[in-house]
Structures are given as C-alpha cells and as structure tokens.
Design a protein around this ligand. Sequence first.
Ligand SMILES: C[S@@+](CC[C@H](N)C(=O)[O-])C[C@H]1O[C@@H](n2cnc3c(N)ncnc32)[C@H](O)[C@@H]1O
Length: 307
Amino acid sequence: MEGDDVAYLEAARTVDERAHSDAATRAFRAALGVGEGVDAEGDPVCVLEAGAGTCGLLRRLLADGALPAGEWVAVDTDERVLSAGRDLLREEAHAAGYGVDAGGVGLRLGSPDQEAALRVRFETRDARDVASEGTFDGVVGRSFADLLAPDDVLALARTAAPDGWYHLPLTFDGETRFEPSHPADGAVVDAFHATMRNRGRAATRVAETLREAGTPPAVDARSDWTVRGRGDGDDARDAGTSGGVVYPADEATFLRIVLDTVVASVRDAGAVGDATLSAWETERTEQLRRGELGYVAGNRDLFGRVP
Ligand SMILES: C[S@@+](CC[C@H](N)C(=O)[O-])C[C@H]1O[C@@H](n2cnc3c(N)ncnc32)[C@H](O)[C@@H]1O
C-alpha cells in the first residue's frame, strides 16, 4: 500500500477483524487447541506465520485470551513492521498480565496463570526461505497469499505436512467496489486489477492449486473488507489524517491509503486518462472527507489440512 506500512496495517486492524469468517476462525482456533469447547490446553504447537506484519493476528489471539502454547515463528521481509509488531505484542502481553521475557529478538509469553507459554521468534526474511528450512504444525498467512504465486503458497502449506494445517484468511479475490458509484469506477478498478497477478483472483487460484494438490480447503468462506462512514459530513474533520470522526477507529486513514494506492497503481499503468483519474480521485477524496465513501474488497478465508 502507498504510505507508511505500520500506519496502514494498524489502521486496517478493525477492518480485518470485522471481515474474518466465523467458520475459518473456529477451525483455526481449534487447530491451535484454543477454540471454544476445547477444555484442556492442547499440545504445544509450532506455527509459521508468513508476512506477520505488525503481529495483528497474534495480538487478537492475545486479546481474546486464546494464545496457544508452543512456538510461533513470525516472519516478514520488512524489518520495520516486524519490530513494531514485536513492541506492540510485548506491551499488550504485559498489560494483559502475561509474564514477558524478552531474550534476543524473541519473546516468551507466559500465561497469567503461568501454566503455559508461547515463545515467539521474529525473523526478518522471506517466508519461503524460512519454510524451506523447517516443518511446522501449521502455517498462517493473513492478507498474504495474494502476494505469492499459488505454487509458492502450496509449498508453504506443505511445510505443515504430515497432519498439519494452513490458515490463509483475508486472501484477496479480485473484487473492489467503491460507493456511491462513479462513471469512471469500471475503468479505474479494471486498471487496478490489471496490475495484479491473475487480475487479483488470488483466492480462487490458490484454492484451485491446493485442491489439485490433494490439500483442498475444508473452509472456503467470504471475508470481505467493508468500510462505511456515517455520512454526516458537516462535522467531518480532515479524514486523511485524523480519522475517527465519521469512520470507526482509524478507518478513514485506511481508506485514504487504499485510495492513494489505487490511484498510484492506475497512474503508473497509464491505462486511464489523467483528467479522468484526477476527477475520480478528487470526488472520492471529497466523499471520504464527508464520510460518504464506502469500500468493499472481496476476500476469502481458506483453511485446510495437509495430509
Ligand atoms: C498486507 S501485509 C499483512 C500483514 C499481516 N499479516 C496482517 O494481516 O496484518 C503483508 C505483509 O507481508 C510481507 N511480505 C511480503 N512478501 C513477503 C515474503 N515473501 N516473505 C515474508 N513477508 C513478506 C510484507 O512486508 C507485509 O508486511
């Protein structure tokens, strides 16, 4: 995305959390041994998280009291986002009463009753390299599988063989909609999707590849990002920087970064005339300021077993 990646990932958190499908979340947490209805602590697990970013998914498990015991390898090629994630995870675990030991670049999070601990290792590397060096009980990649070729996603999932699982929530699937509609939407959105591999249909292609390889998703559920404002523009502040007045949490910042990203990629591709693109951007920016801009991106949550 265009802009500060830490700011973008943090602004996306409430949007991400609203989007997750219950079915995939349930399957994922059951695999971790922390799901509803799981009475006893499960066996310790060893999880690879590819493209962990600011550790939003792990921080959600922490906030829900659903951290598993075992080892979590959080991998991201971007040192800055990963170290922001480490700091946030440490602060939030401390505030939640966990015993936190920070050794080297890792963290050991001891549960408040001290009965279980999760060791989190942070690796600033390509997840494909880390995956090729080990085996894991499970592989997680949130808003990540659309960044790799489907065969690379399959190779990642296979590091959980035999008897492991993969969880690929919020995998983009090539649908983008802005509201209210604008005459240039078709041209802008088509040009944006054309800059992506397979026109952005990543979840469809990844699911096909996993199916053909004998590791079909057991859960394949929609998990669209949906953002809508209150639309009472009179008291709107500058939505590009402050957020929080006409959109929930920091979602105005999220939308600002999405708009900037769409405009920059379409401009680079040169597929839409400058005047049309500028008029579209001006109108969308004004709608954002007034809290009238809506946005939907089609994602899917894929969860499956790796025999
Ligand atoms: C859209 S962000 C998602 C972050 C996080 N999973 C979340 O849901 O908040 C994708 C992340 O993948 C990282 N990334 C991209 N390619 C990667 C690769 N080959 N190996 C590891 N990380 C990668 C990026 O640096 C970025 O932080």
